[in-house]
Design a protein around this ligand. Structure first.
Ligand code: FEO
Length: 402
C-alpha cells in the first residue's frame, strides 16, 4: 500500500542540508507492540553538495511522500549516495524504490548492514562499506561515519556532517511523536518530547542501555562541535542539542532513580488493597511511588516507570497455582529487556493453596535479583501480623531508595 495523496514537506536545516522525512499517523503500534498515541516520524535527510547524499529512507508505505519531499529539492535520480545508518525497515523500507530511480547511486553502510541488506532487499546497487570514523567527501562537505553498535541494532552507525556540525544520530536521541510541521526543538512542546522520548528509549532500547552510554561517550570523545542533532525519529535539536544528550545519558545510566514502582494484579480487590496499603506506608515514609494495575496500564507505561525504579514491587494473586499471568508477562519483559539487577519486593494474596509469590521469588532469584524481606503473603484480608509485615517491608524499601 502507498499513501498517494499526502501533503509534501521538507525543511531546511542549514545551507544544503534538508529534512525530507515523513510523519506516520497510520501505525497504531510501533514494532506492533508499543502504542503511538501521537504518531511517529521517520526522519530522512538530504545533503546537497557536488555530490548528493540521502541519509536513511522511510517506512515503505510512505515511500511516495518521501520521494515527493526529495523532489522539492532535487531529482531523486541524481542522488549519488544512499547512507543507511540502520537497516531496520522503518528506515530502509523505501530503499527498493529509490534504488530503481537512482540507478547510479552507491549504498553506504557498515559491514554488518551489508549482509542484512542482501537478505532484506538485495537491490543490486553499488555499495561502499565504511569503517568506524571513515570519511566521505561530497565536495565541500564531508560525512564521517561513527559506528554506534546496538543503538539500536548491531549494524548501526551515526553520520556526522563535519562542516555544518550536524550529527545524524539514527535511533539514538530519538522520540515517538509525529512532528506535524514542527521539526525543531524550539518549535515543539518539550514536555511532550520529554515524555515520548523517555517512553521510546524505555520500550525500544532498554536492552542496550550500556551501548547508549558507550555511544554518548564516543560522541563526546570525538571532540567535535555539534550544532544540530538530527535523529531518525522525533525533533531535530538545534536550540539545545545537549538537552537530549543529557537526558538520554540520565535515562540509560546505571544509577537508578530514587522512586519505587509498584506493579500489581488483582482479581477481586484484595491484592489492590494490599498495594494501596503498601503505597500509603511508603508515602508516609517520604518515598516517591509510581503504581500500576497491570490489567489496566499498558505495558509501555509500566516498563517506562519501572526501568529506572530503585526498587520494583510486584504484587500478584495466585492464579492456577502460578503468579497472575499479566505479572508473569511483565517479569518476562524485565528479563527480555535485560533490566538492571536491583532489589525486588513481593506481596500477594491467595484463596487457598498459594504459589504465586513463591514461584515469582524462585524465578527472580534464579535470575539474580535480590528479593527484599519480608515477602507478604495473605489469604484475603491481612491478619495483624501480616499488616506489621507490610509496615516492615515499607521500611526496608524506604531504606534503600532514600
Ligand atoms: Fe527506528 Fe531501530 O529503528
Amino acid at each position: 500500500m502507498h499513501l498517494e495523496e499526502t501533503e509534501t514537506m521538507h525543511r531546511k536545516i542549514t545551507d544544503g542540508v534538508y529534512y525530507v522525512g515523513v510523519d506516520d499517523h497510520h501505525t497504531a503500534l510501533f514494532e506492533n507492540l508499543w502504542p503511538l498515541p501521537f504518531g511517529v516520524s521517520y526522519n530522512s535527510y538530504l545533503v546537497v553538495d557536488d555530490k548528493i547524499a540521502v541519509i536513511d529512507t522511510v517506512k515503505n508505505i510512505f515511500t511516495q511522500e518521501w520521494l515527493d519531499n526529495i523532489r522539492e529539492i532535487v531529482d531523486p535520480e541524481k542522488i549519488d549516495y544512499i547512507v543507511l545508518n540502520h537497516m531496520e525497515p522503518d528506515h530502509t523500507g523505501a530503499l527498493p524504490k529509490i534504488a530503481e530511480l537512482a540507478k547510479n547511486a552507491t549504498i553506504v553502510f557498515t559491514q554488518k548492514a551489508a549482509g542484512m541488506e542482501e537478505s532484506f532487499y538485495n537491490v543490486g546497487l553499488k555499495t561502499k562499506v565504511v569503517e568506524d570514523l571513515e570519511e566521505l567527501s561530497l565536495g565541500k562537505k564531508t560525512l564521517k561515519f561513527v559506528h554506534v553498535q546496538f543503538v539500536h541494532w548491531p549494524e548501526t552507525m551515526a553520520t556526522y556532517l563535519a562542516e555544518d556540525e550536524v550529527l545524524f544520530s539514527c535511533d539514538a536521541f530519538g522520540s515517538f511523536g509525529a512532528l506535524n510541521g514542527k521539526h525543531f526543538d524550539d518549535e515543539i512542546d518539550m514536555r511532550m518530547i520529554e515524555s515520548e522520548s523517555k517512553r521510546y528509549l524505555s520500550t525500544i532500547i532498554t536492552s542496550y542501555f550500556k551501548f547508549v552510554q558507550r555511544a554518548i561517550e564516543k560522541v563526546k570523545g570525538l571532540g567535535v562541535g555539534i550544532k544540530f542533532i538530527a535523529p531518525s525519529h522525533g525533533p531535530i535539536y538545534r536550540k539545545d542539542p545537549t538537552w537530549v544528550i543529557d537526558h538520554f545519558d540520565k535515562w540509560s545510566s546505571p544509577e537508578l532513580d530514587k522512586h519505587v514502582t509498584i506493579i500489581f494484579g488483582s482479581m477481586y480487590g484484595y491484592n489492590l488493597r494490599l498495594a494501596h496499603t503498601l503505597k500509603k506506608e511508603l508515602v508516609e515514609l517520604g518515598v516517591e511511588v509510581k503504581i500500576h494495575n497491570i490489567s489496566y496500564s499498558t505495558m509501555d507505561n509500566v516498563i517506562t516507570d519501572a526501568v529506572r525504579a530503585g526498587v520494583i514491587v510486584l504484587g500478584t494473586p495466585t492464579y492456577d497455582a502460578f503468579p497472575f499471568p499479566k505479572i508473569w508477562a511483565f517479569v518476562n519483559e524485565m528479563e527480555g529487556k535485560r533490566f538492571q539487577k536491583r532489589p525486588i519486593a513481593l506481596f500477594g494474596t491467595h484463596g487457598w493453596g498459594g504459589g504465586g509469590v513463591r514461584k515469582l521469588k524462585k524465578y527472580l532469584e534464579e535470575n539474580k535479583f535480590e528479593i527484599l524481606e519480608p515477602n507478604v503473603r495473605c489469604r484475603a484480608t491481612p491478619t495483624e501480623e501480616e499488616r506489621q509485615a507490610i509496615k516492615t517491608l515499607a521500611k526496608n524499601i524506604a531504606e534503600i531508595v532514600k
